[in-house]
Design a binder for this molecule. Structure first.
Ligand code: DGL
Length: 262
């Protein structure tokens, strides 16, 4: 089992931001990534559909022999990870908006959270924010349309500038000093966000924490690959191949990208 790949899925190309962190933290592990772009965005769907789609992706990764599954999607984690853990026997790693570190460090006591409707309205998000934000105001904004633009490769487009500045304004007005990115597509917007946000605002995403947690769980179950050679990386999409190829540039590891029906 140790030599089997790590399976990673997202509603689309955005979870490659997590895949990048995993390949950097675990250079000897093989990975298989599924971009479920055909069904993106998940954020608009009811929880029951998100569970169905997440199960479909999990079963595909199990067919590929994966030893662990990383749900590289906040929307799928917050809506479906509980159901996945009940249904399948292998370990799952999820990703949630990193509210805790922002809540601990904020000086202004105002923290912005940019995420999908599916994440912000989930029970798991409500539970986490209740737990950590006693005396802190969370300014939650739904990033409507951002995932679609990233899926279309329009990261630097005028539409993206317009939408993003619209979403950031209420947070800046409230004097946030931390912005939590609650969607694995959004780390690709950090260069743009940096141009828009005042310098004192720190942006937090969960990619590195997910990679560290994946390593810890592989260690715990003695599932780390003992090989010393660099891992192989295969990424599949059921949507636009070009979008996946483009978002992966530039990259430090070798990988292959193909289309697949799932
Ligand atoms: N990358 C997904 C997430 O982290 C995008 C959500 C969506 O498909 O709406 O939530």
């Amino acid at each position: 089992m140790q030599k089997q790949p790590i399976g990673i899925f997202d509603s689309g190309v955005g979870g490659t931001s997590i895949w990048r962190e995993i390949t950097a933290t675990l250079p000897n592990e093989d990975t298989i990534y599924l971009a479920d772009s055909k069904y993106a965005p998940y954020g608009k769907r009811p929880a029951s559909e998100i569970i169905e789609l997440s199960s479909k992706n999990t079963e595909k990764l199990i067919d590929f022999g994966c030893k662990i599954i990383v749900v590289a999607c906040n929307t799928a984690t917050t809506n479906a990870i509980k159901a996945l853990r009940l249904k399948y026997k292998l370990p799952f790693i999820g990703i949630e908006p990193a509210i805790k570190p922002a809540a601990i460090r904020t000086q202004t006591k105002k923290v912005g959270v940019l995420a999908t409707k599916g994440t912000l309205s989930s029970k798991l998000f409500a539970k986490t924010s209740d737990l950590y934000t006693g005396n802190i105001e969370l300014i939650e904004v739904i990033g409507t349309g951002l995932v679609e633009l990233i899926e279309e490769g329009k990261i630097n487009s005028p539409e993206m500038h317009k939408l993003l500045s619209l979403y950031i304004q209420p947070m800046v007005k409230k004097n946030i000093d931390y912005l939590v990115l609650g969607c694995s597509h959004y780390p690709y917007l950090i260069p743009l966000l940096r141009q828009m946000l005042p310098n004192h605002v720190t942006i937090i995403d969960s990619g590195q924490a997910v990679a560290r947690q994946t390593k810890a769980i592989l260690q715990k179950y003695t599932l780390l690959n003992p090989d010393r050679k660099p891992g192989t990386h295969t990424l599949f999409t059921n949507g636009n191949l070009f979008s996946l190829q483009e978002i992966l540039k530039p990259n430090l590891v070798d990988y292959s990208v193909s289309g697949l029906r799932f």
